[in-house]
Design a protein around this ligand. Structure first.
Ligand code: ACO
Ligand code: KIV
Ligand code: MG
Length: 514
């Protein structure tokens, strides 16, 4: 297996993301975590860009011992001197020096001829070699540069002392096939290429940064530059976690490996996301919240039977504790039954079918059905099955800021009659309770009413607790529903039914004993 060096530029190119500004302590914390992840090189910043960046780069170089630390420099003596002051305390001081090589950049930005660019590159690499044992030289916008010009300048900077040659796709323009060709061409045509490692540095403007990096590796790159979570200038850089895991999972294809401790990936990603404020999308490969979540019934059934049916990466590989079965409207009976078992219940097939109907009904209204929701469905179902005397068939409430709230309810009675009533109240809940009282024979006194949400979010289930006095007996009742008014009606009827149930049992025992 070929060894690929991982050059992490989260603290330099990653910090170039619009809106990101890491302070000294935050940069140091991320550097320590990158060291734990075991990257080969940390690009800690751009020392000449500001006193703050100089201080952080110096602190990181002086602290980190598990890998090499580098800093970016323009092809200017002043930048090189400042970088040396920042980096000299590191275990293997390394300079990352760059100059643009594409016609667009040379003409419009640098305002230099190709010959002047070669001269500047060679002079500054020679100057840097007086201080730095290792020099990485980058041809900015290499992928839009003339290939033969690239060959010429690379040969000369290697002779001047550079031992790593980086070929950036600065503007995210190249395609996987084309970058493969560039690396192959340089390998075959740069006279002294055996004295240097070729490196790839891709941006994601066309969404191809990772694919391009992998193609470069396939065609001869020995170093890959990337950032955690793919953050970086504009649309970002190639995502470290995606490249590293692709090399691991498809080692049969790439025959290349890194020295990364992959189980540190999730922790590193979370830290970077937190400190930069760059939120990781749920569907992001490897580290997104949904990367190991299965939602649909057929997939869940497959994973329950054999994980490899739908998982090519084990969550543990990247430091995620386990996969996740998300219960939602696409889930099937197998996953639902498994969740019930996890909650410590056993249900027979008939109960499972009844519960599954209630579950699907809720899943249609809610994005994700949580464990708390399932627990509520289970309890509700069991309690309701035991004591359904009065049963609300239909409930409608009219509410408006300038209207008196009115409830209309259709309900079946213990005798099997279907009644319909309407009543008003000072609020919607009172209107419901006044309506119910018209249909229930004995008077009811409401003693307590409490409402809470079962799980978080705007679509959470509502759970209502009531305490009532009915037929000279005090009891409580609960109701759960997606709507607070429906839950309120259910709780009230549940309390009445509990009393009727208790009384029926007492009557039966009187009859049995007499
Ligand atoms: C592709 C990349 O990611 S490159 C890295 C990009 N990162 C950054 O720019 C972040 C840090 N940058 C900074 O803080 C500032 O730009 C500084 C401190 C480096 C320079 O600031 P200023 O001196 O005010 O220059 P400014 O940024 O406006 O312009 C850049 C100058 O550097 C020159 N330049 C750009 N690249 C190079 C290079 N590789 N070598 C030498 N000169 C360069 C430009 O031609 C321009 O020169 P000019 O003033 O003669 O026209
Ligand atoms: C400085 C270089 C390596 C860079 O970030 C780029 O070209 O994208
Ligand atoms: Mg870049």
């Amino acid at each position: 297996m070929r060894k690929i060096n991982v050059f992490d530029t989260t603290l330099r190119d990653g910090e170039q993301s619009a809106g990101v500004n890491l302070n000294f302590e935050e940069k140091l914390e991320i550097a320590r975590q990158l060291e734990r992840l075991n990257v080969d090189i940390i690009e800690a910043g751009f020392p000449a860009s500001s006193p703050g960046d100089f201080r952080s780069v110096k602190a990181i170089a002086d602290t980190v011992r598990g890998c090499s630390v580098t800093g970016l420099s323009r092809s200017i003596q002043k930048d090189i001197d400042t970088s040396w002051e920042a980096l000299r305390g590191g275990i293997e001081p390394r300079l990352h020096i760059f100059i643009a090589t594409s016609p667009i950049h040379m003409v419009h930005k640098l305002k230099k001829s190709p010959e002047q660019v070669i001269e500047t590159a060679v002079e500054t690499v020679k100057y840097a070699a007086k201080f730095f044992p290792t020099i990485q030289w980058s041809a900015e916008d290499a992928c839009r540069s003339d290939l033969n010009f690239l060959v010429r300048i690379i040969e000369q900077v290697i002779d001047a002392g550079a031992s790593v040659i980086n070929i950036p796709d600065t503007v995210g323009y190249i395609t996987p096939h084309e970058i493969g060709h560039i690396f192959k061409y340089l390998k075959e045509n740069v006279r002294n290429i055996d004295r240097a490692i070729l490196s790839t540095h891709c941006h994601d403007d066309l969404g191809m940064a990772v694919a391009n990096s992998l193609s470069a590796i396939e065609h001869g790159a020995g170093q890959v530059e990337c950032t955690i979570n793919g953050i970086g200038e504009r649309a970002g850089n190639a995502a470290l976690e995606e490249i590293a895991v692709a090399l691991k999972i498809r080692s049969d294809y790439y025959h290349a490996q890194t020295r990364l401790k992959l189980h540190e990936i999730k922790r590193t990603s979370t830290l970077v996301s937190k400190l930069t404020g760059m939120v990781v999308p749920n569907n992001k490969a490897i580290i997104g919240a949904n990367a190991f979540a299965h939602e649909s019934g057929i997939h869940q059934d497959g994973v329950l039977k054999e994980k490899t049916t739908y998982e090519i990466i084990t969550p543990e590989l990247v430091g995620v504790s386990s996969n996740r079965m998300v219960l939602g409207k696409h889930s099937g009976r197998h996953a639902f039954k498994e969740k019930i078992k996890e909650l410590g219940y056993s249900v027979n097939d008939e109960e499972l079918n009844r519960l599954f109907i209630a579950f699907k009904d809720l899943a249609d209204k809610k994005k994700e059905v949580t464990e708390e929701d399932i627990f509520a469905i289970l309890t509700e179902e069991r309690v309701a099955a035991a004591i359904a005397y009065y049963k609300v068939q239909q409930l409608q409430v009219n509410y408006g800021t300038n209207n008196i709230p009115t409830a209309t309810i259709t309900m079946t009675t213990p005798e099997g009659l279907e009644l319909q009533e309407a009543a008003t109240g000072s609020g919607s809940v009172e209107a419901i309770y006044n309506t119910l009282e018209r249909m229930i024979t004995s008077p009811i006194k409401l003693l307590d009413y409490r409402i809470q949400s079962v799980s978080g979010g705007r679509d959470a289930l509502a759970e209502v607790y009531v305490k009532i006095n009915y037929q000279e007996t005090e009891t409580s009742g609960r109701g759960t529903a997606h709507d607070v008014l429906e839950a309120s009606a259910k709780a009230y009827i549940n309390a009445v039914n509990r009393i009727l149930n208790r009384k029926l049992k007492e009557d039966l025992s009187i009859k049995v004993h007499s």
